[in-house]
Design a protein around this ligand. Structure first.
Ligand SMILES: [Zn+2]
Length: 471
């Protein structure tokens, strides 16, 4: 009797609560958003096996099917690069003289090989509160949020003061695609012209327990550089080994490089970031941060902070081997061996000094160290202004109450610097919260929390409106 009354009561509560719970969980149009995100992940846009033009066309078709006007959409493909297509779209503003707001995202992804992954990289999988798939974190979740914003704004009959532009571009990850952000800036400048733009970078930090530590805005990027170590030798039959095997020599040089570490260096951005974090992190980390802020070289403090791959990388220049090749036959002594070293230098650091440090660490004059690919000119991040931060702070107070907002120095580079270099100021901000591994982007089993994506969607829907209506 008691049981059945309780059951009836519980059932009644469940019925009464159901609409409220459903409302709190799902924002309007979530099903359409999820379908678009799924199509983005399931369309391979890697340089090795994918096609950006195919995805750009699918997004355009999906937006049109949702009512977005065809005349405000364009798929643009660079000559001679049929798979490097870009999608631009715009929602015209009431004030044609007011500088536009740009939502920029790259739709290409780093190569992903099925055999290496636990799950198919080009199937969107939702498991234990996480999305898995190539690009879920870098950066198709943000791309889906951008396209979804335009569809929703149009469907609502929203007329912003400023024009809202979207550019979903190919080629940010390299690998042979034409960089769409550069190409649009050079060939269709009017379609990306803006007074303020946002792209990947920053977002939000989660601690190991999933607690939100800070909303982060990219105020600076580290700089990408590549060096090649190369050694050649006479080779010969593998049955009569010489004592100067060049693969062994290269291996020794790489082992020496492991000991190369650059000193901790703080600048205004990283200082502000770590000061904010010290108020939110667990007690051990917070104490280490305070010690490091007082004495950047403090070994004990650095040892604690180095446990985080993010903190370690934010505080110094880093260089690691990323590719290695050598030899020409199983039964021959090698004639050529080569390694690629990828460095991420702090903004303003001298690449000459980094090269000199590598030569010194390698400690073998037979190994030739050369500087490799230097990217297109990129400008330092534009200054952090109240016009940028005001709307982010206001939106954060509503969507993530109590979580502080701080500028940060991103550990990688983005397309922001390419547009900033030509006078279109673009900032890194996603509102997407991630853990220390950033969802293992560029690696295996890339992931992002479902909650992070849904919260990011809520946040960006409001934030872009705030910029678009700003006086
Ligand atoms: Zn990216």
């Amino acid at each position: 009797m008691i049981i059945s009354r309780l059951a009836a009561f519980a059932a009644g509560v469940a019925v009464a609560l159901a609409p409220l719970v459903a409302q709190a969980q799902a924002q309007p149009g979530e099903a359409a958003f999820r379908a678009m995100f799924k199509e983005m992940i399931e369309t391979d846009t890697s340089a090795a096996t994918g096609d950006c033009t195919a995805l750009a066309s699918k997004i355009a078709a999906r937006m049109q099917a949702a009512g977005f006007p065809a005349e405000n959409l364009e798929v643009l493909v660079p000559d001679g690069a049929p798979k490097a297509g870009n999608l631009v779209a715009w929602l015209p503003g009431k004030d044609p003289k007011a500088p536009a707001v740009l939502m920029l995202g790259h739709i290409d992804v780093v190569n992903a090989f099925r055999a290496d992954w636990t799950r198919d990289p080009f199937t969107l999988i939702e498991e234990n509160g996480q999305f898995y798939g190539r690009g879920v974190s870098d950066m198709k979740s943000q791309d889906a949020i951008w396209a979804d914003n335009l569809v929703r704004y149009h469907a609502e009959g929203y007329h912003p003061r400023r024009t809202i532009r979207m550019a979903l571009t190919c080629g940010e990850e390299g690998g042979g695609f034409v960089n769409g952000a550069d190409w649009l800036a050079q060939n269709h400048r009017d379609l990306v012209e803006a007074g303020i733009g946002l792209t990947e970078g920053g977002g939000g930090d989660l601690d190991a327990d999933g607690k939100r530590l800070a909303v982060t805005v990219m105020a600076a990027e580290k700089v990408f550089s590549v060096f090649t170590l190369e050694i050649t030798g006479p080779g010969g039959h593998s049955s009569k080994p010489r004592n100067d095997n060049i693969i062994e020599a290269l291996g020794q040089a790489l082992a020496n490089l492991k000991t190369l570490s650059f000193p901790t260096e703080l600048n205004d951005n990283s200082r502000r970031y770590f000061e904010t974090l010290a108020t939110r992190a667990d007690p051990e980390t917070a104490a280490a941060i305070r010690k490091m802020l007082a004495d950047p070289q403090d070994p004990a403090a650095n040892a604690v902070l180095d446990r985080s791959v993010s903190y370690h990388a934010m505080l110094r220049t880093t260089c690691i081997p990323t590719l290695v090749e050598g030899g020409h036959a199983t039964n021959a002594q090698p004639q050529r061996a080569k390694a690629t070293i990828n460095c991420r230098t702090l903004p303003g650091a001298s690449v000459d000094a980094v090269e000199a440090a590598i030569v010194k660490a390698v400690d073998n004059p037979q190994i030739k160290v050369t500087r490799g690919m230097v990217g297109a000119p990129r400008a330092p991040s534009p200054p952090i202004t109240p016009q940028l931060m005001g709307p982010i702070e206001k939106t954060a107070a509503a969507v993530f109450p109590g979580v502080p907002v701080t500028p940060m120095q991103e550990t990688f580079g983005t397309d922001a610097g390419r547009l900033t270099a030509v006078g279109i100021p673009v900032y890194g901000f996603s509102a997407l919260f991630r853990g220390d591994d950033a969802g293992n982007i560029h690696g295996l089993n890339e992931h992002i929390a479902v909650q992070s994506v849904m919260d990011g969607r809520t946040f960006m829907y409001r934030l872009i409106k705030a910029y678009a209506d700003a006086k």
